[in-house]
Design a protein around this ligand. Structure first.
Ligand code: 5GP
Length: 197
C-alpha cells in the first residue's frame, strides 16, 4: 500500500526508546479518511474470498478502520471489543453470562485490560474478520482470537494496518498458523531508524 507507506514516511514519528510509532495525524487521533478508504479497499481485496459475516476490532483506533472496511463487504456489522483497564491478570472470575472476556496486556500503556464482547453479538459458526491498527507483541489480536474461540465463531482473517516487525506479535501469530495479513511491516535498523518493508 504505497499511500500508507508514504504517509508513514512523511508523518509518523518513531520513538525508539519506547518502540512506539506515533501516527496521531492520520490513524490514532486525527483520521485521514481518504487513507482509511484505501485501507478498507485493500483489506477487501485481501479477504473478499473469505466472505466474512462480521468484523471484530478493539476500541478505539480499530473502529474507523473496521467501519471503512465493512463498506466494501456490504456493510457487514462491526463489533468493537470494549476495554476495561487495570484489571489484575491473575484475577479469578466466574464465567460471565453476558460477555465473552479475555485479558490483554497493553504494550503502549503498560497495563492489563480486560476485553469484553457481548455474547449476543457473536454466534457459533459466524465467519469473523479481525482488524486492528497495530501489531506489536500480539496480545490484542490473540485476545480477540480467544474471544472468537469462546464464541465458537470462525476466524477467517486477521488484518493489521501496521505490523512492527521488531516485536514478536507477527512471528507468534504466524507460528500459530493464523491467517495474518499486515498492510505494512516496519522494522528498525541498528541505528534505530525506521525501515519500511
Ligand atoms: P499488541 O497487543 O500487539 O502488543 O499491541 C497492539 C495494540 O497496541 C494495538 O491495538 C495498538 O492500539 C497498540 N499499539 C502497539 N504498538 C503501537 C505503536 O507503536 N503505536 C501505536 N499508536 N499504537 C500501538
Amino acid at each position: 500500500m504505497q499511500s500508507l507507506v508514504e504517509k508513514i514516511k512523511s508523518e509518523a514519528l518513531f520513538i525508539p526508546s519506547a518502540g512506539i510509532l506515533k501516527v496521531d495525524g492520520f490513524l490514532n487521533h486525527q483520521l485521514d479518511i481518504s487513507l482509511l478508504e484505501s485501507i478498507g479497499k485493500e483489506f477487501f481485496k485481501r479477504f473478499s474470498n473469505e466472505s466474512p459475516d462480521k468484523i471484530l476490532t478493539i476500541e478505539a483506533s480499530g473502529i474507523a478502520i473496521a467501519v471503512l472496511t465493512s463498506q466494501h463487504f456490504n456493510n457487514i456489522p462491526v463489533i468493537f471489543a470494549k476495554k476495561f483497564p487495570n484489571v489484575e491478570t491473575n484475577e479469578k472470575t466466574q464465567e460471565n453470562p453476558e460477555f465473552f472476556e479475555a485479558s490483554a496486556y497493553s504494550f503502549t500503556k503498560k497495563t492489563v485490560n480486560k476485553i469484553r464482547v457481548a455474547r449476543k453479538f457473536l454466534k457459533k459458526g459466524e465467519k469473523v474478520l479481525i482488524l486492528d491498527d497495530f501489531l506489536a507483541e500480539g496480545s490484542a489480536a490473540l485476545c480477540l482470537v480467544d474471544i472468537l474461540k469462546q464464541a465458537e465463531a470462525k476466524l477467517v482473517g486477521i488484518g493489521i494496518v501496521i505490523e512492527k516487525g521488531f516485536q514478536e506479535g507477527g512471528e507468534k501469530l504466524r507460528k500459530l498458523g493464523l491467517p495474518l495479513h499486515s498492510l505494512v511491516i516496519i522494522d528498525k535498523d541498528e541505528k534505530d531508524r525506521l525501515v519500511l518493508k
